[in-house]
Design a binder for this molecule. Structure first.
Ligand SMILES: [Cu+2]
Length: 564
C-alpha cells in the first residue's frame, strides 16, 4: 500500500528537484499531517504534537524520540572550507587525540556503516539537510581524503524512504536496511514502512529485497550467531520482534511480547551463548530467538544513564558500557556511566566514575586500543540551553579506560553532535563523527574526524605504524590464523573490532575482543593468532588491528568470520 504511494517518486533526478522545492519546515514532523489531508508549514502547536506522537509512539514508554523530533530545525552548517586532506595529520595531541577541521559531508550522516573494504555508506537526509532517506545516499572512500571527489552521492531508486531505519552489514558483505519512513510527494511523513532494502557495496546499488512482518521505524537490528538478523521494536512493530532468515524470509517471534518495552532503538547485544541481551529505557531483558522465541525480564537498570538518549557499546565480550541519556523532559543529560556485565544469566551492573559532561544523545565508540570514546550530546536534549555555558552542549569529548575504570578529557569539537549525530571507528583507527540535526539546532552537513592519541608519538608527531603484510580474508570461527607484519616482533596485542553500523546514538554492531597469539616457530614476520570459541565472534566483518609495544595500531585488515 505504501509502496504504491511512494512509487510516485522514483528517479533520483526527479527527487532532487522535489527536494529542492520543499522547505525544511515541510519536511518536519508536521508532514505527518499530510496523511489526514491538511498541510501546514508550521512545526509547533498541540495539534501538531499530537500528530507526531500518534505517528511516533508505538507504546509511549520512552519519549526521547518524540521530543527530539519536535525540536525546530536550525541552520545548515557546512565544513570550514579547508583544503581536502588525506590520512592522519602530521601532528596531534598525544594525550587527548585531536579532531580534524570540519569538513563537508553531502548529507546529514544519520546512519553510517563501515563496508568490507573500509569505505563508509551513509544516509539520512537530502542535500539540503532535510530529513529523508528517499532520495540520495553517500559512499565515502577515506583513502581518497575529505574532498568532494572522495564521495559518491547516488540516487536512491528504490522508492523506499530509509530514514531512521535499522541497518547492518550482513555476513555476506551487503548492508541490509530494515524499515524506515514513508515519504509522500517529497515529504517525510514519520510513518513506518515494512521494507527490507539492500545496499550492495560492489556495485554501490540499493535495491528493495524483502518485506518484514511488521512496519518498523526506529527499530534495532542485531546479528545472530547463525548469521540471521534479529529485528526488534520500532514504531509499527513494537509488539513482536522478528528474524530475517538466511533464506530471505522473515519469522515473527510470536512468543516474544515486546509491547511493554520501549520500542525506539532498543540497545540489543548478542551474548556469547547466542541469546540477545537488551536494555530499553529502564527495562533489561533477554530473548531466545529459537522457534517462536521467548523473553525473560532481567530487572530494572538502576541509574539515570538510560533511555533513547543514552549510548551503549560492548567494549569487551559480554561487557557493555552505557553512558549519558536520562529523562528528556526538563532533566539535564546524565553524566552517569555503568558497566553491565552479561556473562552470567543475571546482568551484573557496576558503578564507574561519571563523565565530566551531562550528555543526551552522545555516541560511545570503542577504539582500536579498547578505550571508549564518548563524544557529542548536550545537557538539554537536542537543544541549546542559553542559561548554561556553551549552551549546555558537550563539545568536549571524553575517553573511558576500561582497565582503570577512569575517564580522561578528549579534544573539543567545533560542531554540536546531538540527535542524529553518529560516530564510527574507521579501519585506520580514526573515528568519523558527523551529522546531528534533521531536526535539531544545527543541520550538520559536515563531519569531524577524531584521531585518537595512539596515532601520535609522545611528542605529538604522527606515529610510525606497524603494517599488516598478510592476512587471509575469510576465517572459520574458533580457528587459528596467520597474520604477518615486518614489525611482528614488536606486536603486543591483536584486537578485533566489528566493522560497526551506527545510528541514533547506538552502534548496532560494534564489539571488540583481543586474541591470543604467538610468533610462528622459526619465523620473523609470521604470527599465529587464535580466535576464541565461536560465541565470541558473531559472524561478519571484523577489523584486525596489530598494536605495537608503543600502543600504536596498524591500519586494520578486514576479515570475514563465518557463521556458526
Ligand atoms: Cu531519527
Amino acid at each position: 500500500m505504501n509502496t504504491q504511494t511512494r512509487r510516485r517518486i522514483v528517479l533520483g533526478g526527479a527527487a532532487v528537484t522535489v527536494a529542492g522545492v520543499i522547505g525544511y519546515a515541510m519536511a518536519q514532523p508536521t508532514s505527518a499531517v499530510t496523511s489526514s489531508g491538511h498541510h501546514h508549514g508550521q512545526t509547533s502547536g498541540p495539534a501538531h504534537q499530537q500528530h507526531v506522537m500518534a505517528a511516533f509512539t508505538a507504546n509511549g514508554l520512552d519519549p526521547s524520540y518524540e521530543e527530539a523530533q519536535r525540536v525546530p530545525d536550525g541552520p545548515v552548517m557546512r565544513g570550514e572550507g579547508v583544503r581536502p586532506f588525506v590520512g592522519v595529520p602530521a601532528s596531534g595531541d598525544p594525550v587527548k587525540g585531536s579532531f580534524s577541521p570540519v569538513v563537508d559531508w553531502p548529507i546529514i550522516g544519520i546512519h553510517a556503516v563501515v563496508l568490507p573494504d573500509g569505505r563508509v555508506f551513509s544516509y539520512g537526509s537530502n542535500a539540503q539537510g532535510a530529513q529523508t532517506g528517499q532520495y540520495i545516499y553517500d559512499v565515502w572512500d577515506p583513502k581518497k581524503g575529505t574532498g568532494a571527489d572522495a564521495h559518491q552521492v547516488l540516487p536512491n531508486r528504490t522508492s523506499v524512504d530509509i530514514f531512521c531505519s535499522a541497518q547492518l552489514l550482513r555476513p555476506d558483505g551487503k548492508v541490509e536496511i530494515y524499515g524506515g519512513d514513508v515519504d509522500v510527494d517529497g515529504v517525510t511523513t514519520n510513518k513506518p514502512n515494512a521494507d527490507i532494502t539492500t545496499f550492495q557495496p560492489s556495485t554501490n546499488t540499493l535495491t528493495r529485497t524483502g518485506e518484514m512482518q511488521r512496519k518498523r521505524w526506529y527499530a534495532s537490528a542485531t546479528t545472530l550467531h547463525n548469521g540471521q538478523a534479529y529485528v526488534q521494536g520500532g514504531s509499527g512493530g513494537a509488539d513482536h520482534p522478528e528474524v530475517r532468515e538466511a533464506s530471505g524470509g522473515t519469522r515473527l517471534l510470536t512468543g516474544v511480547d515486546t509491547s511493554q518495552l520501549a520500542s525506539g532503538y532498543p540497545r540489543n547485544f548478542v551474548r556469547t551463548d547466542g541469546t540477545i541481551f537488551g536494555i530499553s529505557a529502564k527495562a533489561m531483558y533477554s530473548v531466545n530467538t529459537a522457534g517462536v522465541g521467548s523473553l525473560t525480564t532481567k530487572g530494572t537498570f538502576p541509574a539515570t544513564n538510560t533511555g533513547g538518549t543514552s549510548s551503549a557499546v560492548m567494549y569487551e565480550p559480554n561487557k557493555i558500557l552505557q553512558v549519558g541519556g536520562g529523562v528528556v523532559s526538563g532533566q539535564a543529560g546524565s553524566k552517569e556511566a555503568r558497566v553491565v556485565d552479561i556473562s552470567a544469566a543475571a546482568p551484573v551492573i557496576s558503578s564507574v566514575p561519571s563523565m565530566a559532561s551531562g550528555r543526551h544523545w552522545s555516541n560511545a565508540t570503542v577504539l582500536a586500543d579498547g578505550r571508549v570514546f564518548v563524544d557529542g550530546g548536550s545537557s538539554k536534549a537536542n537543544a541549546v540551553d542559553p542559561a548554561l555555558p556553551n549552551g549546555g552542549v558537550a563539545y568536549t569529548s571524553e575517553l573511558f579506560n576500561p582497565k582503570a575504570k577512569t575517564w580522561a578529557s578528549g579534544p573539543t569539537a567545533k560542531r554540536m553532535r546531538l540527535y542524529h549525530g553518529t560516530s564510527t571507528l574507521l579501519r585506520d583507527g580514526s573515528v568519523l563523527t558527523m551529522g546531528g540535526g534533521a531536526p535539531g539546532p544545527q543541520r550538520n552537513l559536515n563531519a569531524e574526524i577524531y584521531y585518537p592519541p595512539y596515532l601520535f608519538t609522545a611528542t605529538g608527531q604522527r606515529a610510525a605504524r606497524p603494517k599488516i603484510t598478510y592476512l587471509k580474508p575469510r576465517l572459520a570461527p574458533a580457528s587459528a590464523f596467520s597474520v604477518a607484519s615486518d614489525q611482528a616482533r614488536s606486536i603486543r596485542k591483536i584486537a578485533l573490532v566489528k566493522t560497526g553500523s551506527t545510528t541514533h546514538s547506538f552502534n548496532l554492531d560494534q564489539r571488540r575482543l583481543e586474541l591470543s597469539f604467538s610468533m610462528r616457530p622459526g619465523e620473523r614476520r609470521m604470527m599465529q593468532a587464535q580466535l576464541p570459541s565461536a560465541g565470541y565472534t558473531p559472524p561478519g566483518y571484523y577489523m584486525v588491528f596489530l598494536i605495537d609495544d608503543k600502543g600504536v595500531p596498524s591500519e586494520a585488515g578486514i576479515v570475514n568470520i563465518a557463521a556458526h
